[in-house]
Design a protein around this ligand. Structure first.
Ligand SMILES: [Zn+2]
Length: 454
């Protein structure tokens, strides 16, 4: 939250994932008066950045929400879907509460709230400065993280004083499929601050170029064992990248007989948004699309997109080998939960984890190889093979974050605030930045305030 000239701008407004009750309380109670927010600047569409905007609107916010055009289109699909999940969740809880005589719960927000939220979105192009509120200007640069993702260069003016703030949003990685590489954002002013994500501040990823090889080995094994492979993936980003890499492998004749299902109405819609925004593509995918006999890089012969619930249920009975990619990425909601409840107890199956998993989520429990997990309220023995692949991460790793920071002159940066990371990861990044000469690196606690001085 940035307060300038007594007006407040919010940077992102995401949903918190974790234990159910804690999540509901944190998501439904903002640590500030929502009526004081004048505008929101949104870095990208991922639900942990955009997913709580409808709660903000439900509690009275009616200002503008600025983001890139692709983010706006993605949010159209994702916020409605998120609202649908909130409504279904509340219904499910209420059926159980009724049986136990407990009070009924309300959804965090409804589809109507999501619609109102979407009417406040204002698309802005990359690399062009725009006014947010009086005294605040912003510019989006490509963060190379998901379609439409942006880092934000902010200029704050109060009376005769100017402060520049670079907000990284979620930083992507060079060479990710489909997307352009991250564009560096410099807080150009003399009084400069950085707000940086720190998700993988202490970890290293496998190189992006290893994606296809990493994926191929388990796919081959699955073909031999006739396994079902469940890949939990967020509908935006990882799903399209996995499909793109599978498309490459199929093109090279390496996975000919392996049927692939993308089982998520949201992923189907999101893939349509991808097709609508070629302005966000890198040169590699542009070249593919220019080929005269170009085949759709988001689809191939053995790939089926599933919208229908009945078709989704049919996969339960289907004999392997096949791959099913479904959301959500942390296995907390969506159709993947049903696929997992159906698959994890069979030692012949595989679960391929390709994205970040927060504490206490089902995805994290699978990564931690817990022998028994609760799915939809029922205990399930985990006998399927759990494989974790980290070359698919859309987040910069430690090296890439430090490399990005090398663009900043430590002498000109008055403060770096590390956000959006588990504390151990933020601390490791802070240590790395201090070694690189940054003297004022802080990991702010929730609710902490800081004065930016000109
Ligand atoms: Zn993200």
């Amino acid at each position: 939250m940035l307060t300038v000239n007594d007006q407040t701008v919010l940077l992102d407004c995401g949903i918190f994932h974790g234990r159910r009750q804690e999540s509901f309380e944190r998501n439904s109670t903002f640590p500030f008066d929502t009526s004081t927010i004048a505008a929101v600047v949104l870095s990208h569409a991922h639900i942990d950045h955009s997913g709580n905007l409808p709660t903000l609107v439900r509690q009275g916010f009616r200002g503008a929400i600025y983001c890139t055009y692709a983010t706006k289109d993605l949010c159209k699909v994702m916020l409605k879907d998120s609202a649908y999940i909130q409504e279904r969740d509340a219904e499910y809880m209420n059926r159980r509460h009724k049986k136990k005589g407990l009070p009924l719960v309300l959804p965090l927000y409804t589809q109507e709230d999501a619609e109102t939220t979407l009417s406040l979105f204002q698309g802005r192009p990359y690399s062009k400065q725009f006014d947010v509120i009086e005294g605040v200007q912003a510019r989006f640069e490509d963060a190379g993280h998901i379609l439409g993702s942006a880092s934000v260069a902010l200029t704050l003016k109060e009376r005769s004083k100017t402060v520049c703030v670079a907000f990284t949003g979620d930083l992507g990685r060079p060479d990710l499929p489909i997307l352009r590489d991250p564009v560096f954002v410099d807080p150009e002013g003399e009084s400069s601050y950085v707000i940086s994500e720190s998700t993988y501040g202490g970890r290293f990823h496998q190189p992006v170029r290893d994606m296809a090889d990493q994926l191929l080995a388990p796919l081959r094994r699955a073909c031999e064992k006739r396994s079902k492979i469940v890949i939990p993936a967020f509908s935006v980003g990882r799903t399209q990248e996995i499909v793109y890499v599978l498309h490459q492998l199929a093109g090279e004749g390496k996975i000919d007989n392996l049927p692939v299902f993308v089982d998520s109405p949201l992923s189907v819609n999101v893939t349509d948004v991808f097709k609508k925004h070629p302005e966000c593509y890198d040169e590699e995918i542009r070249a593919i699309l220019r080929e005269p006999d170009n085949n759709d890089p988001f689809g191939f012969k053995r790939l089926t997109y599933i919208r229908d619930v009945e078709q989704s249920k049919e996969l339960n009975e289907r004999a392997g080998p096949f791959v099913v990619i479904a959301a959500s990425g942390m296995c907390e909601a969506g159709r993947v939960v049903h696929h997992l409840s159906n698959s994890v107890s069979n030692p012949n199956n595989m679960v391929l984890i390709v994205g970040y998993q927060s504490e206490y989520t089902l995805g994290k429990k699978l990564v931690m190889k817990e022998p028994v997990v609760n799915i939809l309220g029922e205990p399930h023995e985990v006998k399927a093979e759990i494989i974790v692949l980290n070359s698919f991460s859309g987040h910069a790793d430690r090296n890439e974050l430090l490399e990005y920071a090398r663009h900043w002159n430590p002498k000109l940066i008055k403060g770096v605030f590390l956000v959006h990371g588990d504390v151990d990861q933020s601390e490791k990044l802070a240590a790395g930045l201090s070694e690189s000469g940054f003297s004022n690196v802080e990991i702010p606690a929730r609710g902490q305030k800081a004065q930016l001085v000109a």
